[in-house]
Design a protein around this ligand. Structure first.
Ligand code: G1P
Length: 310
């Protein structure tokens, strides 16, 4: 039986970040801050806390800032040391420590042919092994165990491809991959069907895939066979679906708080929520939020009374 250890994690990070233009014109969306850390750092920290030994970043053009972020900045360290800024040096040391705990490898996705293609780009680096995939837009914090660790544990138990899923009202799942399961009790469900971004009204269930996967080599083999149609994308969901029947796929309803940073409103909500959960920022922001809320409530009340002619 193949070893079930999951040592490598693929981070697709080649997207153009068009939802965030103009801020993503000259910087990768993965570097947008969630409070004071780039979004992608949360994913790398989760991978390390889940026992991952090698992070494989699949990048496109204009992603230099990601490489620089996980590298040392000797110039900045020198500058801070000369000025005795030990507290700031400690912050740099924490980021530097991450690349001591895990090897970070970069590989280029030369054409934006979809998430499945981005994952396939890393195939030679994970040959024959189960590997993790993390989508950095989906930030997951605060569970009993790191989210990816919960998936890896489920993989150890079942040997299956594992997908992180969460229940949403059906009206909200159309922008995700959606799974159909055998409906078993507990957090693990056998997947029987899946569909990428179902048309509104045709959602087959309320279980949406969030950006954490453990893929068995069967999925890479399926991606090997996927042909991109002209201009169209290779979907990871379709490749996983292609393995159903011959290879088990299991969905896990993971424990943890999910922050969707992939859209502007979601990103702002994540920043506000995390800032309000941080001691030192909460005290500064609380009164501002209270004032803004009062302003908004007053404006709503005024709008309502002008609508009803009162
Ligand atoms: C991707 C996947 C989708 C998944 C989602 C999670 O979609 O294709 O199956 O539900 O990530 O965030 P994207 O958000 O890249 O359109």
């Amino acid at each position: 039986m193949a070893a079930r250890t999951v040592r490598k994690a693929i981070f697709p990070a080649a997207g153009l970040g068009t939802r965030f233009l103009p801020v993503t014109k000259a910087q990768p969306k993965e570097m947008l801050p969630l409070v004071d850390k780039p979004t992608i750092q949360y994913g790398v920290e989760e991978a390390i806390a889940s026992g991952i030994e090698q992070v494989i970043m699949v990048t496109g053009g204009g992603k230099r800032a990601i490489v620089d972020h996980f590298d040392r900045s000797l110039e900045l360290e020198h500058y801070l040391r000369k000025r005795g800024k030990d507290d700031l040096l400690r912050i740099l040391a924490e980021v530097d420590r991450l690349s001591d705990l895990v090897d970070i490898t970069y590989i280029q996705q030369k054409e934006p042919l979809g998430l499945g293609h981005a994952v396939w780009t890393a195939r030679r680096l994970v040959e024959g092994e189960a590997c993790a995939v993390l989508l950095a837009d989906d930030v997951i914090l605060g569970g009993s165990d790191p989210c990816l660790k919960q998936l890896i544990d489920a993989h150890h138990k079942t040997g299956a491809t594992i997908l992180a899923v969460r229940r949403f009202p059906r009206s909200q799942v159309a922008r995700y991959g959606v799974v159909v399961t055998d409906g078993g009790a507990g957090p693990l469900h056998k997947v029987t069907d899946m569909v990428e971004k179902p048309k509104p009204g045709t959602e087959p269930s309320d279980l949406a895939i969030l950006g954490r996967y453990v893929l068995t080599p069967a999925v890479m083999a399926e991606l090997d066979r996927s042909e991109p149609g002209a201009g169209s994308e290779i979907q990871l969901t379709d490749a996983i679906k292609g393995t159903l029947g011959n290879h088990p796929v299991v969905a896990i309803e993971f424990d943890g708080d999910y922050y969707d940073t992939g859209t502007v409103p979601g990103y702002l909500r994540a920043n506000l929520t995390l800032a309000m959960r941080r001691e030192g920022l909460r005290e500064e922001l609380g009164p501002l939020l209270r004032d803004l809320l009062q302003e908004w409530l007053a404006a709503e009340a005024a709008r309502e009374s002008s609508n009803t002619g009162l």
